[in-house]
Design a protein around this ligand. Structure first.
Ligand code: SF4
Length: 627
């Protein structure tokens, strides 16, 4: 645990000017009029994009504004491993929220049902072992009273006029707990909460059970928040109890974040031994909000998109990337976008690459990016992509209205392996109207894919707030839909849970429910694929190397390999290369002719989703990291 001095470093740095005198807001480094607090359980390895944008916007309006990273001090108290274990709401169980809910509301049931883990669906998460949930919860609970007291004391010392909380996933209860403690100490401080957790109707329902908040800001407040603060500080009326902000239409008008507060506080805690030197492990930027695909045909399971699609100009994105890469050499720059803007690789990457830009980048992408686009990304420094693959079953992807086909998903996994890109994805199954034949085919197919990066987790579908599946549940075959029972461990009985919940449950008919053996086979095949990739040294490979005279050698170390080495003549090499792009059966027979049977027999080419597709990667096929 950190000493009190270390925890108060944030306050001391603001109260003492260059000559070591107490500034007290006169002549020295200004104390903030507006203090934004980033509560647990935001990831400790990265600054909060939303809070930093709001702080920059307030500063641009002449206000003194700073960001207090309370999530860092809590992570230092409980230990980084414990914090990270509890931070991820494994399988819809927000244990981090339960930690602080116990401080906000009396009489809540003990959250023991949230401890249970589902290790078998995520065998590569080492912290997901049984009993980890309970152990981490107990550690966090023991530290919570001291943390709240210390944070409230730090806020009281700074005496800001306004304290704002930015709450996204698993930050609501910590926000309320800190606000409650601050109000008990300094009732005159005006408290506000905004962020993803306060979208309407959630923000309204939350305001009704949060007397420690003076105002809940719903929606994207980038342009509105500074004016609310300014009006209040200049003696104007208090902002309304709940205020809804219209999202900015021009993202170029949104302030650029400045991460110096985060880096300073992180450095203090690292110097005191409280947090690992590996942080920051990434910095966030944004190029767009909303999702261009959702504006056309929203994926039916998606609860991510809350407003229409908008994007920054190419010039602004390039300028932000260049500035961040220069200021933070080697630190991964990760896009907070729902999905990369359409056409982005060709629009901005050639210019960056030509200028010698090469910096680790990460973006959520759609799986139908072309190999040429992926190659540009690789050249610009991408080491990691998050394609929304979701499934390899053609009919499930159609039911999801993903707009990307199963063979495109597999081609992307193949290109990712060829280019040594880490490809993060999850596998969803068990939906209304799914097809047993297709699941059976997938079970037969999966061994051939063992050299491609497996999913991080697999799970039955969850109904998310604002997703088309939830909003039109009956039409899609979901019945008896209700909020997930986890919320009873977080909110008092009078809460309008249906308006506050993010995850919902229901009943539906999946063909898999009537075929338990097939379901067990499918889950076992996925688990076995994932565990094969736990250790980078054991990843199977299937790759080709061109030889003189147009010939090819294919090396195959997959457990299903028929032969470890296959030598092919020029005709065979051409046939194999032909299937780098997906081909119809007719095309396959017309062009590749006699070679097709052999390629299928060896599992070098698959017949899936009405297409023939090569699985063979280029080069030695050695992968970068474990899944
Ligand atoms: S899942 Fe991804 S691509 Fe689909 S609507 Fe949501 S953000 Fe857009």
């Amino acid at each position: 645990m950190l000493s009190e001095e270390a925890a108060h470093a944030f306050v001391d740095e603001r109260l003492v000017d260059d000559e070591g005198l107490c500034a007290g807001g006169q002549g020295g480094q200004a104390i903030p009029e507006v203090l934004l607090i980033v509560p647990p359980f935001l990831k400790p390895g990265s600054p909060a994009l939303g809070a930093e944008i709001l702080a920059a916007a307030c500063r641009s309006q002449g206000m003194d504004c700073d960001v207090l990273y309370a999530n860092l001090s809590f992570a230092a108290r409980v230990g980084d491993a414990t914090y990270r274990r509890i931070m991820i709401p494994r399988h819809g169980k927000p244990l981090g929220e339960a930690v602080f809910a116990q401080e906000v509301y009396s009489g809540l049931p003990h959250p023991a049902p949230l401890f249970a883990t589902a290790t078998e669906n995520a065998p590569n998460f080492p912290w997901d072992e049984p009993a980890a949930g309970e152990r981490c919860y107990d550690i966090c609970r023991a530290q919570t009273p001291g943390f709240l007291e210390e944070t409230a004391a730090a806020v009281a010392d700074l005496a800001p006029k306004i304290v704002g909380f930015t709450a996204t996933v698993q930050q609501t209860m910590a926000s309320l707990a800190i606000a409650k403690t601050v109000k008990a100490l300094r009732p005159e401080i005006f408290t506000m909460l905004g962020g993803d957790a306060s979208r309407l109707p959630m923000g309204q329902a939350l305001a009704e059970i949060a007397p420690m908040l003076d105002c809940v800001v719903a929606g994207e407040a980038d342009l509105v928040f500074p004016h609310l603060c300014q009006d209040y500080l200049q003696g104007g009326a208090s902002p309304p109890w709940v205020i809804e902000c219209a999202p900015p239409t021009e993202l170029d008008q949104v302030a650029a974040p400045d991460y110096s507060s985060y880096l300073r506080q992180l450095g203090d805690l690292q110097a005191a031994g409280g947090l690992p030197e590996t942080y920051p492990n990434h910095l966030l930027f944004e190029s767009s909000r909303g999702c261009w695909w959702a504006d056309k045909s929203r994926c039916r399971f998606c609860g991510l998109v809350h407003a229409g699609y908008r994007r920054k100009s190419g010039a602004r994105i390039v300028a932000e990337l260049r500035a961040a890469a220069e200021r933070h050499p080697g630190v991964l720059l990760q896009a907070a976008d729902c999905v990369m803007p359409s056409g982005m690789p060709h629009e901005i990457l050639p210019e960056l690459i030509e200028d010698g830009f090469r910096h680790p980048l990460q973006w959520a992408i759609r799986p139908d990016l072309t190999p040429a686009e992926l190659l540009l990304m690789k050249k610009a420094g991408f080491a990691h992509v998050q394609p929304g693959i979701e499934s390899l079953c053609p009919s499930i992807l159609t039911a999801f209205r993903k707009g990307a086909r199963a063979h495109q998903n597999i081609a992307l996994l193949r290109e990712g392996r060829s280019m040594r890109l880490d490809v993060t994805w999850n596998f969803l199954f068990r939906i209304p109207g799914d097809d047993l034949e297709e699941y059976a085919g997938l079970v037969r197919l999966l061994p051939a894919l063992s050299h491609l990066q497996p999913p991080m987790t697999f799970s039955s579908i969850v109904l998310q707030r604002t997703s088309p599946f939830l909003e039109d549940a009956g039409r899609f075959g979901f019945h008896e839909v209700r909020p997930s029972p986890v919320y009873r461990y977080l909110y008092p009985p009078e809460t309008r849970i249906a308006d506050i919940a993010l995850d919902f449950q229901g009943r539906w008919h999946s063909a898999l429910d009537e075929a338990p053996e097939l379901r067990a086979d499918l889950e076992e095949s996925l688990r076995s694929w994932m565990t094969t990739w736990r250790d980078p040294g054991t990843h199977p490979a299937l790759f080709k190397v061109p030889l003189a005279g147009g010939r090819v050698v294919v090396q195959d170390t997959r457990p299903c390999a028929k032969e470890a080495i296959v030598l092919g003549d020029a005709k065979y090499a051409d046939a194999l290369a032909y299937f780098d792009a997906p081909r119809t059966k007719r095309q396959a027979e017309e062009v590749a002719g006699a070679a097709v049977a052999d390629l299928l027999e060896h599992g070098f080419v698959i017949d899936w989703d009405d297409r023939y597709l090569s699985l063979v990667t280029r080069g030695h096929g050695r992968s970068r990291t474990a899944a």
